[in-house]
Structures are given as structure tokens and as C-alpha cells.
Design a protein around this ligand. Sequence first.
Ligand code: PMP
Ligand code: GLN
Length: 390
Amino acid sequence: MKKLSARLDGLGTTIFAEMSALALRTGAINLGQGFPDQDGPAAIRELACAAIRDGHNQYAPGPGIAPLRRAIAEHRRRFQGLEVDPEHEVEVTTGATEAIAAALLGLVDPGDDVLVLEPYYDSYRAMIQMVGARRVPVTLRAPDFRLPIDELRAAVTDRTTAIVLNTPHNPTGAVLTREELAAVAEVAIEHDLVVVSDEVYEHLTFDAPHVSIATLPGMVDRTVTISSAGKTFSFTGWKVGWATGPADLVAALMGAKQFLSYTSGTPFQHAIAEALTLPDAYFADFAAQLRERRDLLGAGLAEAGFEVFHPEGTYFVTTDISGLGFDDGLAFCRELPHRAGVVAIPHQVFHDERPDGSNPGRTLVRWTFCKQPDVLETAIDRLRRARLRQ
Ligand code: PMP
Ligand code: GLN
């Protein structure tokens, strides 16, 4: 009897599940999986409760409830100046995770090559594999994780059909510049590629503004942009995400989504429709708060002896552990809760191992700062006191 589909072979358990279970088992502070330890706005939470009480409890329409689709279109207009048709160019999904899955299932064929920025968010790798396509990594390297444009160009083959982009980038915290995005756009246009742009951290940039690649000339018709209410409003457990893009690409994505979940949680959609109308100050304050936490954790990690790479966006800061005498991030992260009572995530699982056995992320470790300052301070204190240097 066959026990495992080749489509799942080698994927294993997600690192987030492994490390969160470890945090629970050891009582360590979980700076691994990126979820805030404070819920989003109380008024929005109340709207979800009210939606349940008011009887919004049956299937939503497949593309999402109309008020949410309208709010998403308005949000695209307000923050990126894009005109999106809420009827045909928006698809509400069960988190960005489902949008990624549906985009890849709907737009990529077995045997296609898909370019993906490495380190890659783990669901890209899984979904590209499940689709039966080939992932072709383009590597962002420490210390500054800039896009190697020549390598991107060289990675295109005659089987390349799509680029999965992610900016602000998890796990490095890099925010692609307009120039980098223009280079991606040039490649996409020249080779007639679709771009699946994961922008779930669109509101979490700290140094420079977020640019959506769909706003670049020639890109709006070939880009699917993915967002997450979980990230933008600190309700990661609600699993509300969405994709916007031209009607034909969104229809392809919807063709897959309707057989993944059919439709996404109705009451949460009502609440997020309102959340998207929050004033600009909400979004600015949220980024400012995370910026302070980035600075707090970054300084603390440096004090504890790590080499710290400055993140321009997201929930995450990356460090190198080699200066402390360690050479394997996965082993380090599995041990860290026992040694120091803190959980982090190794980069190496977001990289492909090279034929010679090397891995560009071997000594890199990611920490999340989307936690309250006293939690971050306790974690820093534990790391300092653990005297990690070998
Ligand atoms: N993409 C990236 C880059 C992420 O960091 C996350 C966070 N989980 C997701 C997608 C998935 O988002 P969601 O929780 O909305 O499914
Ligand atoms: N995006 C979050 C992270 O990178 C959560 C990942 C997950 O739960 N799959 O930590």
C-alpha cells in the first residue's frame, strides 16, 4: 500500500509547527512563528462577534462578501493608487496561505519552472512541489539581502512561467526597492511571466515605503498581489487573506480556491471589511510600534553576541550565529529552548541544500519581534544570561 504521495515527499512537518510545539513543551518564549501576542483593534474584534450574533454564519459567496471586496478595492486605491474592480479582480481567501496555494495551482502547470526568492517562505516550496513544477531559487544573501538582478535574469529558462515575489520579505526583512522591482518587471515582461507577489507585510515597512510591483508600468495585467488581514490587523487566527489582479488571473486562482475551501469564514469577512476603512493613523501607528520592537530586539540580540542584520520590514530580524561559535542553525534552534528558554527559526529550511551539501542559510537564525516589549526584554535577558558563546 502506498503511504505517501510523491507530491508530499520530503516536505515533513513545517518548522513553525515543530518550533511552536517545542516552545509549548519547554515553556520557552516563542520568538519563532510570527504571530502577535496582542490582538488587533478591540472594535474590530467586536464586529466579528456582532456578525456572528447578527446571523452572518452561512457560506459567503465564493469570491468573498461584496462589502469586503469593495473595501479591498478601496484599500488598493488608497495605498497604491490602483483601480481594482471588486466584482472581477478580487478574491477573498482563507489566509494568504490559501491565496498562494490557489495562485500556484491555478496558474502553474506540472513541468513549469517557477522562480522564487530564496530564502523562501515554506509554503511556496510546498505548493510548487504539489503542483509538480520546479522551483528555481534566486538567492538574497547576507548582510543586506539585496536582489541579485543578474542571477534573476540568468535563472529564466524556456520553461519559466512564473515568479513568486515576496516584499517585504520573510524571513530576511528586506524590502525590495523600486529599482529592484523594475528589474523584476523587465524580466517578467520580456519573458511573458506571471508574477505572484506576496505582500502580506505591506504595512510593516520601517525605513522606506512599500512598493507594490503591480503599480509598475506593464505589470498590472500580469501580477496577482496577495495580502493578509492576519498580518495587517493582528488577527492571524482569523485566516482572512485576499488576492487582487486582472480578471483572468483572478478567475484562474478562484478556479482552484473553490475546490480548496469553496469559501472563507463569513463573520470575519464582515469585520475585516470595516478594518480596511480604519484611518491612515492606524496603519502608521502599527508600523511605528513594530519599528520600536525591531530596534529593541535587534539591539538585544547584538548585546547577546549575535551578528544582527537590519530588517527594513516584516515581523522578523535575522542574525548570524557563527560569531558565537555555532555552525548549524537548525541544531542551534532545537537546543536553544533548553539552553536559554527562547525559540527561534533557522533559515536553512528556507534554502535549498546545494549539491556540495552547503546551504547559504546554515548559520542564519530568524527571530520575531511582534511581541510585547516586556516579553522581548525577558527573552533578551535570557539570551544574555545563557552565555551562548561556545
Ligand atoms: N506569506 C508570508 C510571507 C507570510 O509570512 C505568511 C505568514 N503566515 C503568509 C504568507 C501566510 O499568511 P496567512 O496567515 O494569512 O495565511
Ligand atoms: N508567517 C508566519 C511566520 O513566518 C507564520 C508561519 C506559519 O504559521 N505557517 O512565522
